[in-house]
Design a protein around this ligand. Structure first.
Ligand SMILES: [Zn+2]
Length: 271
């Protein structure tokens, strides 16, 4: 009897790497083995096929991000540049909806970086699959419920991007401070889990090349619908200050002053 696919109820007849194997540089390129004990989960053919198309897309999207460690940088300049050239840079068209190559540097030293609008929906889809795979691997069970991914490395056009990014980062760093980092190739990838909160919701941090952070929240189908007054006010456009530890995060600071007279809030997390 075979195990079930990590994404659905079909038999898991194939083996899927999470995250994709191509993110891990090969020994012949890196001179170091970054493919120790890679994580695999059983997958049905349908989910494996669909995902392998996305693997290269994900690799091109995140390995070249500025600020990555030297493993990511070498990988980007080696294998990824080769595959970009091979496909006449068509891969880039898939990654960035609008793109521009920017040349940074001085004197004779330049590096090319990409600047543009990544295919956000497709990225979210890729990281959601990774979150399901990591859950299966870590808890030895498929996740049943819904997820929400937050890409810490992207500048998005949503309201309050800076404050929200800082807030998520602070919240994650507080909750993950003493949590184990899992993964035998931490320079390429590791993950951490938070404990479930009062609603049963928990968070995974996926960290690539010690720089690209992605947070995925898991809401099990058994969880109660969470209600956080601070977030509700924030979404309505009220000026809202949420405190976390000893730090304050202000949202909608430029909103209509009339809206400042929001009803008093007793939630201890909100001032
Ligand atoms: Zn499946």
């Amino acid at each position: 009897m075979s195990e079930l696919c990590y994404m659905c109820d079909k038999p898991g007849t194939t083996v899927e790497h999470v995250p994709p194997k191509c993110l891990f540089p090969e020994l012949k390129d890196a001179g170091v083995n970054f493919r120790l004990n890679l994580i695999t989960v059983p997958s049905c053919e349908e989910h494996n096929c669909k995902k392998s198309v996305d693997d290269e897309f994900l690799m091109v999207s995140i390995a070249g991000i500025l600020g990555n460690n030297s493993i990511g940088f070498e990988h980007y300049n080696g294998k990824i540049q080769r595959s970009l050239k091979r496909t006449s840079y068509k891969l880039l068209e898939k990654v960035f909806l609008k793109k521009r190559l920017v040349r940074l540097g001085s004197e004779n030293k330049f590096i090319d970086i990409l600047w543009g609008t990544p295919d956000y929906k497709r990225l979210i889809d890729c990281f959601t699959h990774i979150a399901y795979g990591i859950h299966r691997h870590h808890f030895k069970a498929n996740f049943i419920g819904s997820t929400k991914a937050y890409l810490g490395f992207l500048h998005t056009n949503v309201p309050n991007p800076k404050a929200f990014k800082a807030f998520i980062k602070e919240k994650a760093s507080l909750e993950l401070a003493d949590k184990t980092k899992y993964g035998d190739n931490p320079g390429v990838f590791y993950y951490q889990y938070t404990e479930p909160d009062m609603f049963g919701i928990f968070l995974v941090r996926l960290c690539f090349y010690q720089n690209v952070d992605v947070y995925v929240a898991y809401m099990p189908s058994t969880a109660e619908k969470p209600f956080h007054l601070g977030f509700e006010l924030m979404n309505l456009g009220y000026r809202t200050i949420i405190t976390l530890g000893d730090k304050e995060f202000e949202f909608n600071s430029g909103s209509d002053p009339k809206r400042l007279s929001a009803p008093p809030i007793s939630d201890s997390e909100i001032k």
